[in-house]
Each structure stands twice: as structure tokens, then as C-alpha cells.
Design a protein around this ligand. Structure first.
Ligand code: PLP
Length: 317
């Protein structure tokens, strides 16, 4: 963990990809624990052919799960919404997550788990008769973006062409892999020289980006989009910390103008907590450096986690 200077961002350099040893990563598939790189699922699984699956991702910080209950609750809501049933109790699911981490021995890890629809009977195509499958893996925790990028912040493009899949077609609160809109917009943004993209909904309001929520400080208030987004657990965390630090924070509507004119803005995701945004379209935010609230929030986030806040210790023995 390194600071640029007094009051500046604590950047977790130790989470750079060069420090990650993926040979330690372990997966659970079909009742067996195997090295991640050997894990396989059927090419006939509807999870692959129809994006018919849900998943969740949490991280392990200093030997404990961060916000385990919140992630398990969200996974349960996604399962119910998408009519998937892994045939495992919540305690059994947690035991698999824990066993994957235990086998890696990693104290800083990313844990991914999913329930896929499974493969239909041969010759069939009815999703209601598939046996759903549960899979999981634990790998080293690697920071989204590079530590250098974290110091300078992201340049994001509000997609001028691609709108988020409407919520009445696909409920974004159920964590899903229907990423056609994100991927298309991301290619466009990269072509135009940006690091990433943010999508608007059909009413023209900001939603989210590929794998992250978007929060902005607008007229002294931290605002997170309330609708049309995944209920990100990192966004919730930053809203809670902002409130604790005395900054008004609310879930509401974020317009593209609000985002372009924000005092500061950041994305949130399990793989980074918070990552500053320093450019939106042609507008430079917070003088082109992580804003003061982003710095306080991220530093507080690390300090609180180091103190065991929302951490469920893992039994490694
Ligand atoms: N929005 C989308 C579409 C995501 O895929 C993710 C994470 O994968 C997020 C937001 C951030 O959610 P969390 O903070 O729970 O990781």
C-alpha cells in the first residue's frame, strides 16, 4: 500500500497483476476441486449458449470474506429472479467458497461463483428441465486497471450510440452476463481513445458500465443511480462511508450533464472498491487527478477493511 504524498490516494500496488500467482487458483466444478486452469463445463450448457446463468463475485481481504452476507443475499435474489436452483443450501455454497479459498492459501483473493442452467437432455431445448449447476473459483485478487491508472484516474466515454438493455427486458439487479451492450460500447470507447464506457438508459440517464457502478459528487452530494443498475456492494459501501464522513449521499437520478459537470466521480466494483474518473467525454474532472472525496473514501475503505470491518474470517486450517 503506497501513498503518493500526504492526503493522497493509498494505491494497493501489491495487487498489481505482476504479483499474482495464478497457479494457486482453485475451482470447484461438478463436485470436484481442481486447478482453475483445468476447470471445464459442457459446451452444451445454456449458461454458455444462452447466457442463462447468474453469478456473484466477492473478495477476500487479509484472510476474510468482505461483506459475505450481502453477496450471498444478492446471489439468492438473482437465483430466485432467474429461476435457477443449484440444489445447495446457502451454508453448503459458503462452504464451497471457503474450501476454494482455503485450498489456494491466499489471504487476498477474488472469489467467483455461478449457477448455470446446465445442459438440456440430448436433442432437447427446454430450460425448465435442465439440472442447474454450481461452480466456483478463487484466484489471486488483482486490481481492476493498473496502479498507475488508479493514480491518474480513468477517462470514460458516455456511449453516444449504445443504450443499456432496458430493465423490463433484463433485470439488471440479477447479476448476469448479457454484456452485448457493454462490450459494443467498450469497443467504441476504446476506438475513441477512452479507457472505458458508461451507458445511459432509454430515458437518457446514467446507468453503469462494464462491471462497475458510477457515482458522482454533484452540487456537494454524492449521487448513485438508483434504477437500471446492479445493486453494487462496493457502491453501497462507498455510500455508507460517505455518510459516516459527513457527506450527504443518496441514490437517485444521475444525468449525463451531472456526470460531465461533477466535482468528482468514480466507478465502484469489487475488484477495486473505488477507482477515480478524471475525464468524462471531453470534460476533465477534479483538475485531472483523483478528487479529495475519492481519496478520503478509498483510504477509509482500506483502513476499515484492515481493521476487520465487514470481514468474515476464513478458517485456513
Ligand atoms: N454493475 C455491473 C454490471 C457489474 O457487473 C458489477 C460487478 O461485477 C458492478 C456493477 C459492481 O458491483 P460490486 O460492487 O458488487 O462488485
Amino acid at each position: 500500500m503506497q501513498r503518493n504524498g500526504p492526503g493522497e490516494l493509498m494505491v494497493p500496488d501489491f495487487l498489481g497483476p505482476e504479483h499474482a500467482d495464478f497457479s494457486r487458483a482453485i475451482a470447484y466444478v461438478d463436485g470436484e476441486f481442481v486447478p482453475l486452469l483445468d476447470a471445464r463445463i459442457s459446451v452444451r450448457d445454456f449458461g454458455l449458449t444462452h447466457a442463462d446463468q447468474t453469478y456473484d463475485v466477492l473478495h477476500v481481504w487479509n484472510g476474510g470474506f468482505f461483506r459475505l452476507d450481502d453477496h450471498m443475499n444478492r446471489f439468492a435474489r438473482s437465483l430466485a429472479g432467474m429461476r435457477l436452483d443449484p440444489g445447495l443450501s446457502r451454508a453448503q455454497q459458503v462452504a464451497i467458497l471457503e474450501e476454494c479459498v482455503r485450498r489456494t492459501g491466499l489471504r487476498y483473493a477474488l472469489v467467483y461463483w455461478a449457477c448455470t442452467r446446465g445442459a438440456p437432455p440430448l436433442g432437447g431445448r427446454d430450460p425448465t428441465v435442465c439440472r442447474n449447476t454450481f461452480l466456483c473459483y478463487a484466484q489471486p485478487l488483482v486490481l481492476r486497471g493498473s496502479p498507475e491508472q488508479m493514480r491518474r484516474g480513468l477517462a470514460v466515454q458516455i456511449s453516444p450510440t449504445v443504450r443499456r438493455i432496458p430493465s423490463d427486458s433484463l433485470n439488471p439487479r440479477w447479476k448476469n452476463v448479457h454484456w452485448g451492450d457493454f462490450t459494443r460500447a467498450l469497443f467504441d470507447a476504446k476506438d475513441a481513445g477512452f479507457d472505458s464506457t458508461v451507458l445511459l438508459d432509454h430515458a437518457g440517464n446514467v446507468t453503469e458500465g462494464p462491471g462497475f457502478n458510477v457515482l458522482a459528487v454533484v452540487r456537494g452530494e454524492l449521487v448513485a443511480p438508483a434504477e437500471g443498475v446492479l445493486e453494487g456492494i462496493s457502491a453501497l459501501t462507498m455510500m455508507e462511508l460517505a455518510t459516516e464522513l459527513g457527506l450527504p449521499a443518496r441514490f437517485g437520478v444521475l444525468s449525463p450533464e451531472d456526470l460531465r459537470n461533477a466535482d468528482e466521480a468514480f466507478i465502484t466494483s469489487t475488484s477495486c472498491g473505488l477507482f477515480p474518473i478524471t475525464r468524462v467525454d471531453d470534460r476533465i474532472l477534479s483538475n485531472g487527478a483523483p478528487g479529495p472525496l475519492s481519496v478520503r473514501l478509498l483510504n477509509t475503505y482500506y483502513q476499515r477493511k484492515n481493521d476487520g470491518w465487514h470481514i468474515t474470517p476464513i478458517r485456513y486450517e
